[in-house]
Design a protein around this ligand. Structure first.
Ligand code: FES
Length: 387
């Protein structure tokens, strides 16, 4: 909570700014997999030195003092950090609800036990497909699938709900029935069937990943049929189907509004209002240089798209602006070159034609998995800005 002391340096927050309730700790960009739909920045290999354990402790403490309640550990692959159990333990002591977002690669029973002892509340494991061949091809690893199955079972055996995340796209969405069958066989509790959103590596590979409308509609219909059948059979698997922005007519309220409740800290300590913001031509502060309080309330980057003053038309006079905030700033930037434009997903955007064209391209795309650009250090170096 904010100090009410007399220190003039502590400027009281503007009333319109909410609390950073959701803190995402991207512990590392290192990852044993190479998923071509990863949302990490293309130039991840050139990012600065990772925060130390002590630096993360400080971030967690400051976040909690400012009202953060939910904490996600992600990456890259957060299991790569040798201090993960320590970080979980500190988060628990501070009173966070903690969630580990992992590929399951590098997880062992011993680690699950250590995380449980440290107080971890929740584990989410991501899969690439329902069968070993496609999964391993997408992950860029021969052993990924078996390891994930084993770890998903192990997580459940240790008393956690089984929460699985399948990223779907044109190469696996037609197997949605097999994906759901696998989840049922694993006795999953929650399954997110999330059609790939297009940031980072996914945006780079968009033409090769975006499903067609027919694929998407079929997958949603099958998911609905399974929901009804599973409910009738008394099987409590909760299926969450996420459609991609590219088939919507109104944009999503990305992050529930810029700088309204979501705070990401990247591996080198750069603070962002969302996972995609690093690519924007906006200066973002670093926790090594500034307090989290300053970053959240006073930094230029976090105030850049707060409120409604920054909006151009058609958002400015739109009666839905308080619902969707003009959509996603990163998507507006990626697709139009200007982050303050209306998200082209919106049917009212003067650049909605970009989305219509992408849908058309999806209908005619023929690229196979082998033609996707995989997320790895070698490819990342090709995107490193010179100078
Ligand atoms: Fe950055 Fe949507 S991902 S505003």
């Amino acid at each position: 909570m904010h100090s009410t002391g007399s220190n003039l340096a502590e400027i009281p927050p503007k009333p319109a700014v909410g609390l950073p309730l959701w803190l995402l700790a991207e512990l590392t960009y290192r990852c044993p997999l190479q998923c071509p739909y990863c949302s990490n920045p293309l130039d991840f290999a050139a990012q600065g030195k990772e925060l130390t354990t002590e630096e993360w402790f400080s971030v967690l403490r400051q976040g909690r003092e400012m009202g953060a309640a939910q904490l996600g550990f992600s990456g890259g692959e957060p299991l790569v950090r040798q201090d993960l159990a320590e970080l979980i333990g500190e988060a628990r002591r501070l009173g966070y609800y903690t969630n580990l977002i992992t590929s399951g690669i590098g997880l062992t029973e011993q680690k699950i036990r250590a995380f449980k002892d440290a107080g971890l509340d929740h584990i989410q494991i991501s899969f690439q497909a329902s069968d070993a061949q496609v999964n391993n091809m997408l992950a860029g690893s021969k052993k990924a699938f078996d390891q994930k199955l084993e770890m998903a079972r192990m997580v459940k055996a240790h008393g956690y709900p089984m929460v699985l995340n399948f990223v779907t796209h044109r190469h696996n969405i037609d197997s949605i029935d097999r994906i759901i069958e696998l989840c049922v066989a694993l006795e999953a509790d929650f399954v997110e069937l999330a059609t790939c959103q297009f940031y980072g590596w996914a945006q780079l590979n968009r033409v090769g990943l975006l499903p067609t409308r027919e694929q998407l509609e079929r997958a949603e219909r099958i998911t609905n049929e399974y929901r009804a059948r599973l409910a009738a059979e008394g099987k409590p698997v909760k299926l969450i189907f996420v459609t991609p922005d590219y088939y919507e007519e109104r944009p999503k309220a990305c992050m529930k509004g810029w700088g309204s409740m979501f705070l990401t800290i990247t591996p080198d300590g750069t603070a962002l209002p969302c996972h995609g913001a690093r690519q924007l031509p906006v200066a973002f502060p670093n926790v090594r240089d500034h307090s989290l309080h300053h970053i959240w309330y006073d930094s230029f980057g976090f105030n850049r798209f707060r409120g409604y003053e920054w909006m151009p038309e058609p958002c400015r006079s739109c009666d839905e602006k308080e619902k969707d905030f003009g959509g996603c700033r990163c998507q507006a930037f990626m697709l139009t070159g200007d982050a303050s434009n209306t998200d082209p997903v919106c049917g009212k955007s003067p650049r909605h034609d970009i989305i219509l064209k992408a849908r058309e391209e999806a209908g005619t795309a023929t690229a196979g998995i082998g033609q996707l650009t995989f997320r790895n250090e070698r490819n990342s170096r090709l995107f490193t800005k010179k100078g």
